[in-house]
Design a protein around this ligand. Sequence first.
Ligand SMILES: C[S@@+](CC[C@H](N)C(=O)[O-])C[C@H]1O[C@@H](n2cnc3c(N)ncnc32)[C@H](O)[C@@H]1O
Length: 229
Amino acid sequence: MTSSGQLAPSGMPSNGPLPKSALDADAVRTAYQRWAGVYDAVFGGVSAFGRKRAVAAVNRLPGTAVLEVGVGTGLALPHYNGDKRITGIDLSRAMLDRARQRVQRNAMPHVADLLEMDAEETSFADDSFDIAVAMFVASVVPNPRRLLAELKRVVRPGGSILFVNHFLATGGIRLAVERGMARASHSLGWHPDFAIESLLPEVDLRRAVIESVPPFGLFTLVTLTNDGP
Ligand SMILES: C[S@@+](CC[C@H](N)C(=O)[O-])C[C@H]1O[C@@H](n2cnc3c(N)ncnc32)[C@H](O)[C@@H]1O
């Protein structure tokens, strides 16, 4: 991390455009410590369709071992099919506590583990999972390309990596609004000006399946078959 708060590009497989005010891990923890208590009420509704669409896509895929990255308060957990085994990880203890309470409240035998862990540098062995899914996380992690590289490492070759996220508009009023909102990235805990190229290098952009998700095409579902680094 540089003194200006921008992420140092070292270690990135190939640099895409970085969001203007990148968050570091401490900023993420601080932001979500604040958001944890109200997250479901504030963000749960608007993001529900994207989350359900991503989990439905996971449910249709072959394989049972699923890594949910940035599991947050566990809003997606009830939607997985019973035959999947979900390992959820998150950087924020406050968000994870909410997820654990959710699992305790509702019987969810398909949830194998909820772990405090950095998704950019996990402790999982290579090829541990059939599927990894990151919902509304790519624009929050300090270094999205490092996240992608780590998911490629822990998902077996031929497995699937899914992202659902808001990506920067390419024009119009939405682009201006999102650029303006980006000044509040640190308190929001995500980057309204996050471009898809910050996550996916050109080669992955070309081969990914990219679908627009309601409401108003605000969110995008990206599915990548893992072909390694
Ligand atoms: C916008 S919330 C999304 C939560 C959940 N996926 C959902 O759909 O509601 C982003 C989550 O990503 C987590 N996060 C951010 N950076 C992370 C990292 N490097 N490793 C693991 N989790 C991270 C945050 O703590 C937060 O819980």
